[in-house]
Design a protein around this ligand. Sequence first.
Ligand code: PMP
Length: 450
Amino acid sequence: MNELSPEARRAYELDRAHVFHSWSAQAELDPMVVTAAEGSYVWDGAGRRLLDFSSQLVNTNIGHQHPRVVEAIQAQAGRLCTVAPQHVNDQRSEAARLIAGLTPGDLDKVFFTNGGAEAVEYAVRMARLHTGRYKVLSAYRSYHGGTGTAVNITGDPRRWPNDYGSAGTVHFFGPFLYRSAFHSATPGEETARALEHLDQLVAFEGPDTIAAIVLESIPGTAGIMPPPPGYLAGVREIADRHGIAYIADEVMSGFGRAGRWFALEHDGVVPDMIAFAKGVNSGYVPLGGVAISERIAATFAHRPFPGGLTYSGHPLATAAAVATIEAMRDEKAVENAAHIGDTVLGPGLRELAERHPSVGDVRGTGVFWAVELVADRASKEPLAPYGGTSPAMGELVATCKKLGLLPFTNYHRLHAVPPCTITADEAREGLAVLDEALTVADRHTTGWGL
Ligand code: PMP
């Protein structure tokens, strides 16, 4: 606190006096002041530079302050700041065209929202109206947003205190080999057993009552668990068999994070809807949306869609999306994410796992990696309780920050989720910090569990 510049100190004190923060015990917070950012780095209130291995909230896929995106927002602000959703707005039209071009299959219509939770809300509403059914199936290991239905279908502990009014939400276990709910030994076994479980769940819930299966193509905040090959295709098959809408939540995994425009490309799957946000414009202006198949969209061809938002397709937000998508394309940011994952982050994190007993598992793809920390490798006891935190995790974060790295942590996991545009040297700089910081976590483990 003492080292903050006078401007940063004033911002901090006003924040503590008046700002009510997300998902936090307000009196126990000591938030970091961020004063500037560029590329893969942010600067704190004391003027220190930190490598942003969090991409803020896993959204600055194109990096910070990309000049093309900043200029597009500035130009649009000078031209036209707001247009009501019932009118045509050229930036919304162009963003929708670009997004429809990136999504697989015939997901050619886009409904814009202000973020990810709203995208999930609207996708579920469309599925319910399209099918005339009400139940929604989603994974325990998931996060779908902080609003009504989105938080109810979320599986992670953030649902617990919000778990009322959730009639019709049913959770299932997705595939996760490291902590398999099915005692599987191989990815093939995990795929088969997780699909068998979902199939049975659908049968017992009554297929004719199920409107949608909502699934993160790679669950993100809940642990970055790329599904084993064939799983998403199997979900598609189950949904098709029963006339259930398959909603892919790509809010975190989309727009390059997984080394593809959408993570479901890894399995070649076409869902009925894709919920997106974050990376669509790297969070420079709030934006989300739902890409909708022709079949679902046709439900509302002559029947009014009962829903809308004042800021649906806001000009500043969609101008930022157009510039972001075009710049990512021109600069091959998605290819870079895949390359960094394959050649630096993946091998580097696995190498750290070999030397640090606190690392139980490393998994991911692109710039979307989880390091799962354990108190004991043999028992896989997490370094923080499910839904909680621990002094060990606190020390790990503090050490990373002291060494110039801003990590993303959740419970007993550290997520390495830098911008898609990160260079190999920057990624190696992050790995070097993690190497040193993990020695702190190692002190809280019982060695190699031997
Ligand atoms: N779905 C997923 C997969 C997410 O990761 C998030 C946000 N972390 C959301 C939905 C909710 O998005 P938002 O916070 O923009 O409402």
